[in-house]
Ligand binder design. Sequence first.
Ligand SMILES: O=C(O)C(=O)C[C@H](O)C(=O)CO
Ligand SMILES: [Zn+2]
Length: 277
Amino acid sequence: MIEVRYGAGPDTIGSLSTEDLRSTFLVDRLFPKDNVRLVYTHIDRMILGGSVPVEKNVAFGEGAPIGTPHLLSYREMGIANLGGRGRIEVDGKSFDLDNRDILYVGCGAERLTLSSADAANPARFYMTSVPSQVDYPHRLITKAEAKPLELGEEKRSNKRSLRMYIHPEVAPSALLLMGITDLAHGSVWNTMPPHLHERRMEAYVYFGMAPEDRVIHLMGRPEETRHLIVADGDAILSPAWSIHMGAGTGPYAFVWSMTGENQEYTDVDPVPVSTLR
Ligand SMILES: O=C(O)C(=O)C[C@H](O)C(=O)CO
Ligand SMILES: [Zn+2]
């Protein structure tokens, strides 16, 4: 089973109720125990998924829901481990992932099996997949191998460390980009200044949050913003026409994934906060 989201255009966002906005742009219940949940968005045909294997292994890869022999017959995928140590088997080849490692799975993979090393501290796998017909090899990218960028300032409450994992300078892919951003202690704002990237969509999943905390995620056209209140494990779909930024009521981190016309991380148009409405 795969849930399908059709998205919405910039002209309709103004009339969406809170519930409509959430069911269009927010994906919750993404981490089922001993199962996998996949959500297909027509925003650049990205698939988001999550799984927490605890008592048993979780296998997936069937292509029937998307009309291809296998899920990844014509797709590539990044799988981030946001929990305890875990293992991913791709067609019989095993990869062990520590917390904040990401596995790149190239197109053509048929069967993936997820498992945890310790049921008391299970792996928490988050995945994003986009169309690809380029045969890049499967590859584990550890946190230490990711390319770090130090961003923001403590005095502006937006100091953070961004790590690029699936990126041309680290691990090549056809069109998927994937990385993790950690907020510094005491900083609350991500993605400052907010920006647009007309040539790419983006998906975030927020994690590492206490149950009582929330991130106030801002989206929409710069002149007509909206907000989504986001809990731990919720993902946000951010179309090319939407700004994105957020502030948390407590510590948090997030995985960002992008796809579109290019993989130029710097192909963005910053939007001064003073011009937002
Ligand atoms: O905190 C940040 O800044 C980010 O993580 C930025 C995102 O990666 C992004 O929006 C890339 O376009
Ligand atoms: Zn962005």
